[in-house]
Design a protein around this ligand. Structure first.
Ligand code: PHE
Length: 387
C-alpha cells in the first residue's frame, strides 16, 4: 500500500514538474515575443469622425507594414485605440487608461488641437511619448519634452494663408468667422489677422460660432453688410461646409478661406458646389509623383476598399512609421530611451514630407493650398515651402 502511495506521489510529482516546465517554457517564449503596445486616442464618432477614422486607417496601414517585415526586433506592434467622441473630457480619460492600465509605450493622437492640449500634460507627467499626427497649435509641444508633432504649425499655416489672400488673390479686406471653443481656430484667426494686417490688408470684422452650431445666418448677415473680399473660416469641415451653403443662400459672393480642418471627404458631401471658388490648406497632395507617396496611396486603397487617403490618413501613417523607426533605434525590452530616440529623428521620409525634430519637437514642412471647384472637388493650387 505504502509502495502504491509513493508511486502515485511520484507520478504526480513527475508530471507536475513537467507541466510547470512547459508553463515556464511557454512564458519565456511569450515574453520574448510579447507585442509592443501603442495607444491611439481619436474621434471615431461625432462631428469630427472622419479625423479619427482616417488617422486610424493610416496608422493601421503603417503598423501592417512594420509587422509584416518582422515587427520591431521580432515583436509585433499592437495598437489599442480609444474613441474620445471629439470631447476633451473623454480624451483625458482615454489617455489616462492607456497609460495606467494598458501600459502603452507611446501615444498617437489627437487630431484636434484642443484635445491634444488636454492630453499632453498627462503624457508628460507619466513620461510617455505622445506624437500628435496633426494638431498644429503652437502651444502643444511647449507642454513638455515628451510631446511631439509630425505636422507643420499654425504659425506657418496662417502666415501662408494671409500672404496668399493678400498677394495671390489680391484681397484688401477679410472677415473672420471662427469657432470660439477651439484653440486651433482661435489661435489661427489671431495669427492670420496679424500677418494679413502687416501685409497691408484690413480685417473688417471678427465673428464667432460654437462647434456644433448649424445656423450661421446672423454672423453671415453681419459680414455681408461689410462686403469683404474674403471670409476666413479656420474651423472644422462640418461647420465650414454649412457656412459655405448659407453664404450662398444669403447671396454672398466672397470666397471662403480655410485651414487644414477642412480636409475631409465630408466637406464636399455637405457643401458641394457651394464651396466652389473657395480655398483651404492641406498637409498632403496625392499629385506628388514620388514613389513613396504613390506606394502609400496604392497600399491604402487596396487595404481600405478603394478609398483614397486624405491628409489625416497620410499624417497618421507618417506618425506611426516614425514611431516604429524610433522604436527600432531604442532599447528593448522597456524602450525607456524612446523619447530620446524620437527626438533624434532626422530627415525621416514620410508621405507628407521630410520630418526632422529640432529642440522644440516640431516638424517644419511644406503645405498645399487647394482650390475647390466643380462641385466641391479639391484641386491643388500651389505648394508652399517653409522659409
Ligand atoms: N490641425 C487641426 C488642429 O490642430 C486638426 C486637423 C489636421 C484637421 C489636419 C484636419 C486635417 O486642430
Amino acid at each position: 500500500m505504502k509502495c502504491l502511495k509513493a508511486f502515485v506521489y511520484f507520478v504526480f510529482l513527475f508530471f507536475g514538474v513537467q507541466a510547470c516546465k512547459k508553463q515556464l517554457h511557454l512564458d519565456t517564449n511569450l515574453s520574448s515575443q510579447a507585442s509592443i503596445k501603442i495607444g491611439e486616442v481619436g474621434s471615431m464618432t461625432g462631428s469630427e469622425a472622419t479625423f479619427g477614422i482616417s488617422t486610424h486607417q493610416g496608422i493601421l496601414l503603417a503598423l501592417d507594414e512594420i509587422n509584416h517585415t518582422g515587427g520591431i526586433g521580432g515583436r509585433k506592434l499592437e495598437l489599442i485605440t480609444l474613441d474620445d467622441q471629439g470631447k476633451s473630457s473623454e480624451a483625458v480619460l482615454a489617455i489616462t487608461k492607456l497609460i495606467s492600465q494598458d501600459k502603452v509605450h507611446a501615444i498617437l493622437g489627437e487630431v484636434a488641437s484642443s484635445l491634444s492640449l488636454a492630453m499632453a500634460p498627462i503624457a508628460q507627467q507619466h513620461q510617455v511619448p505622445m506624437i500628435s499626427p496633426s494638431s498644429i497649435n503652437s502651444r502643444l509641444t511647449a507642454q513638455g519634452d515628451y510631446i511631439f508633432r509630425v505636422c507643420f504649425m499654425d504659425f506657418f499655416q496662417s502666415k501662408i494663408m494671409a500672404n496668399f489672400a493678400r498677394y495671390t488673390l489680391d484681397a484688401q479686406s477679410v472677415a473672420i468667422l471662427r469657432d470660439i471653443k477651439s484653440d486651433y481656430s482661435g489661435d489661427s484667426a489671431k495669427i492670420f489677422s496679424d500677418f494679413f494686417s502687416r501685409a497691408g490688408g484690413k480685417i473688417v470684422l471678427h465673428q464667432t460660432y460654437s462647434a456644433g452650431d448649424i445656423d450661421f445666418k446672423s454672423q453671415l448677415t453681419a459680414i455681408r453688410a461689410l462686403n469683404p473680399d474674403l471670409i476666413f473660416v479656420p474651423g472644422y469641415y462640418t461647420e465650414a461646409a454649412l457656412i459655405a451653403r448659407q453664404r450662398r443662400e444669403l447671396g454672398i459672393k466672397a470666397p471662403l478661406l480655410g485651414g487644414d480642418g477642412w480636409d475631409s471627404p465630408k466637406l464636399k458631401e455637405i457643401g458641394g458646389s457651394d464651396l466652389d471658388g473657395s480655398y483651404f490648406v492641406g498637409h498632403f497632395s496625392a499629385d506628388d509623383p514620388s514613389e513613396l507617396v504613390q506606394k502609400f496611396i496604392s497600399g491604402y486603397k487596396s487595404k481600405f476598399g478603394g478609398i483614397s487617403p486624405d491628409g489625416l490618413a497620410a499624417l497618421g501613417y507618417d506618425a506611426a512609421l516614425l514611431l516604429g523607426d524610433a522604436l527600432r533605434r531604442s532599447k528593448p525590452p522597456g524602450f525607456l530611451d524612446l523619447r530620446e530616440a524620437i527626438t533624434h529623428t532626422r530627415e525621416f521620409r514620410g508621405a507628407t514630407g521630410k520630418i526632422t525634430f529640432g529642440a522644440d519637437r516640431n516638424a517644419v514642412k511644406s503645405a498645399f493650398i487647394f482650390r475647390l471647384t466643380n462641385g466641391g472637388n479639391s484641386k491643388l493650387a500651389v505648394r508652399m515651402d517653409p522659409g
